[in-house]
Write a protein that binds this ligand. Structure first.
Ligand SMILES: Nc1ncnc2c1ncn2[C@@H]1O[C@H](COP(=O)(O)OP(=O)(O)O)[C@@H](O)[C@H]1O
Ligand SMILES: [Mg+2]
Length: 288
C-alpha cells in the first residue's frame, strides 16, 4: 500500500463573481511509496500547496480522491500519522518556542509523561535549543521555519509533509534541514517536500514530480529526470589545447564524440558553507 495516493485529483476555486472558476489542480494522479522522499516541484501557483492541503483534509477536492496509508484524506484518522509544516505557518506568537511545540504535541494526544523529553529532543534536532525560551514573536523567518519543523515532528509521524521548509532559511539552516530529512528517511519515514532550492531537492529526493498550472508534467527518479541519456562526464586537470585535440581525435577513432569541455565547478552553497565554517555545525551539532 502506498503512503500517499492521488487519483485523478481536480481542484477548482471560485474566483470573482459569476462563478468564474480557477483550476488549481488538473487531473493529478500520483503515488508516493512508503519510505520515499518525494519532491513536488513547480513554479508559483502551479498547485503544490493546494495538493498538499487536499492530502491533509484541509480542503476538499472538486473531483478525484486522495488516500494516506490507505485511508481517505477526508477522514480524521488519515491525519493521525502526518506531520505538517505549512507554507506560511501562523503560530500563537505569545508562546515561547518550547511552549509552542508542547502545545502541538498535546494536540496530537502525546502522553504527558514522555512529552517534555520528546519536545526538547525535536527542538534540538532543528537547532533551536538555545532559543526555545524566547517568545515566538521575536523569531526570524528562518527560526519560525525551524520551530515549525519541530512541531511537525514531535508526534513521531510516519508521513512528514513540508511545504517549502527552507523558505527564508540561511544556507546553514537549509543544510541542517537537509540532514534532518535524510535522518527521517533513515528512520523509514515518508517525506513529501516542496522547495525552490532545486539543488537541495536533487540531493535528498528519491523521486520528484513537476507540476505546471496544476498538471503533472514529469515524474521520475532524480537520475531519470536530470540524466542526459547514455552520456558521461570525465573530470581531469586542465589539458593543453594540443592534447585536447589529440584526445578528440583519439575518441573519434573509437567512434565517440567529445561533446563538451568546460571548467569544473562546485556548488555555491557548498563553498559558502565551507568558507563560513558552518557545514559541520549544520550537519553534526544540530542533528544527533
Ligand atoms: N483559496 C483559494 N482561492 C482561490 N484561488 C486559490 C486559492 N488557493 C490557491 N488558489 C489558486 O490556485 C493556484 C495554485 O495555488 P497553490 O496551490 O498555492 O500554488 P503553489 O503552492 O504551487 O505556489 C493559484 O493560481 C492560486 O492563486
Ligand atoms: Mg505553495
Amino acid at each position: 500500500m502506498a503512503a500517499v495516493e492521488f487519483r485523478d485529483l481536480v481542484k477548482d476555486f471560485a474566483v470573482g463573481l459569476r462563478g468564474v472558476k480557477q483550476r488549481a489542480v488538473d487531473h493529478l494522479s500520483l503515488s508516493i511509496a512508503r519510505g520515499e522522499v518525494f519532491g513536488l516541484l513547480g513554479p508559483n501557483g502551479s498547485g503544490k500547496s493546494t495538493t498538499i492541503k487536499i492530502l491533509l483534509g484541509l480542503i476538499r477536492p472538486t473531483l478525484g480522491d486522495c488516500t494516506v496509508f490507505g485511508v481517505p484524506s477526508s477522514r480524521v484518522e488519515a491525519r493521525l500519522d502526518v506531520g505538517y509544516l505549512p507554507e506560511s505557518p501562523y503560530f500563537y506568537r505569545h508562546l515561547n518556542g518550547r511552549e509552542l511545540v508542547r502545545f502541538y504535541a498535546r494536540l496530537s494526544s502525546q502522553k504527558s509523561a514522555a512529552l517534555d523529553g520528546r519536545v526538547d529532543e525535536v527542538i534540538g534536532w532543528v537547532g533551536m535549543s538555545e532559543a526555545a525560551d524566547r517568545r515566538v514573536d521575536t523569531y526570524s523567518k528562518g527560526m519560525l521555519q525551524r520551530i515549525g519543523l519541530a512541531q511537525a515532528l514531535v508526534h513521531d509521524p510516519r508521513l512528514v509533509v513540508l511545504d517549502e521548509p527552507t523558505a527564508g532559511v540561511d544556507p546553514a539552516g537549509a543544510a541542517a534541514i537537509t540532514a534532518l530529512i535524510l535522518k527521517l528517511k533513515a528512520q523509514g519515514k515518508t517525506v513529501l517536500i516542496t522547495s525552490h532550492l532545486l539543488a537541495q531537492i536533487e540531493e535528498i529526493c528519491d523521486r520528484v514530480a513537476i507540476l505546471d498550472r496544476g498538471r503533472l508534467i514529469l515524474t521520475g527518479t532524480v537520475p531519470e529526470v536530470v540524466g542526459l541519456g547514455n552520456r558521461q562526464s570525465l573530470l581531469v586537470d586542465r589539458l593543453p589545447a594540443g592534447e585536447l585535440e589529440e584526445l578528440r581525435a583519439w575518441l573519434a577513432t573509437r567512434g565517440h564524440t567529445l561533446e563538451a569541455v568546460q571548467a569544473a565547478r562546485g556548488r555555491l552553497d557548498q563553498v559558502f558553507l565551507a568558507r563560513t565554517g558552518q557545514r559541520e555545525a549544520a550537519a553534526t551539532e544540530r542533528i544527533p
